[in-house]
Design a protein around this ligand. Structure first.
Ligand code: ADP
Ligand code: MG
Ligand code: MG
Length: 253
């Protein structure tokens, strides 16, 4: 059973004297099949957590550890992280000139599986995944630089999930401008994966998506730390009362 373990993670951005510590000791365990929502005010460090796990070069892990089934994720290249079974939506650029969705997915699948799937089998697999997600077959031939709408970006994200079948998916839902259609696509997709073996870490500022996706655990992020955790009822409380209670100076778990 897959386990992602984050232990006392400290992350800084900036160089030398300009370095600022953003994450100040994050502990979190995500097991196969669990859905964890990370919520918190803007600027609290939620995306920094996702970028650090993704291996973004701007985010320096100064101490702590991230392991997937005991393997040191922080020692892995970005490709190795994907091959180990981590899905990080932001590691796949959505704007790639002249590359179709289909070609992009085949490259991603090749990178994760370590060998190129046979074209015929890949096409069949992609068609099944698209059918399951009610995606128009023409979408596969769209160019990645064609200017996807919010909903299309989300469809693409969920299609990648379906094709790559990661052990743990980290989804940073930064887009506050998602329309209802896009929200439905991403929610249904996440719910499908969350009901299977995939562990899901859903990062969001808004409680809106949690009306559609029921998390097993809700964590509150404030000033680079997790300061509260609970079940789905915590999301309801945050919706009614906001983050204020958790962002007062000194608030701590
Ligand atoms: P959230 O996703 O919770 O809104 P972020 O992780 O994006 O928060 O940002 C947390 C803090 O780190 C903010 O103060 C932000 O300005 C800072 N920060 C994030 N990324 C960078 C970066 N690349 N360079 C400088 N500061 C950054
Ligand atoms: Mg510490
Ligand atoms: Mg963010």
């Amino acid at each position: 059973m897959a386990t992602l373990e984050i232990r006392d993670l400290h992350v800084s951005v900036g160089d030398g004297a300009d370095a600022t510590e953003i994450l100040r000791g994050v502990d979190l365990t995500v097991q196969a099949g669990e859905t964890h929502a990370i919520m918190g005010p803007n600027g609290s460090g939620k995306s920094t957590l996702a970028y650090a796990i993704a291996g973004h070069p701007k985010y320096e892990v100064t101490s702590g550890s991230v392991t997937l089934d005991g393997e040191d994720v922080l020692a892995m290249s970005v490709d190795e992280r994907a091959r180990a079974g981590l899905f990080l939506a932001m590691q796949y650029p959505v704007e790639v000139p002249g590359v179709s969705v289909s070609n992009f997915l085949r490259s991603a699948v090749t990178a994760v599986r370590g060998e190129a799937p046979k074209l015929r089998e890949f096409s069949k697999e992609m068609k099944q995944a698209m059918d399951a997600l009610a995606i128009d077959p023409a979408f596969a031939q769209r160019s990645l630089n064609e200017g996807f709408s919010g909903g299309e970006k989300k469809r693409h994200e969920i299609l990648q999930l379906e094709m790559l079948r990661p052990k743990v998916a980290i989804l940073d839902e930064t887009d506050s401008g998602l329309d209802v259609d896009a929200l439905k696509v991403v929610s249904e997709g996440i719910t499908r994966f969350a009901s299977g073996d995939t562990g899901v870490l859903l990062i969001t500022h808004y409680t809106r998506i949690l009306r559609y996706v029921k998390p097993d655990f809700v964590h509150v992020f404030s000033a680079g730390r997790l300061v509260a955790e609970g079940g789905p009822e915590l999301a309801d409380e945050l919706e009614e009362e906001g983050y204020e209670k958790y962002t007062k100076a000194g608030a701590s778990l």
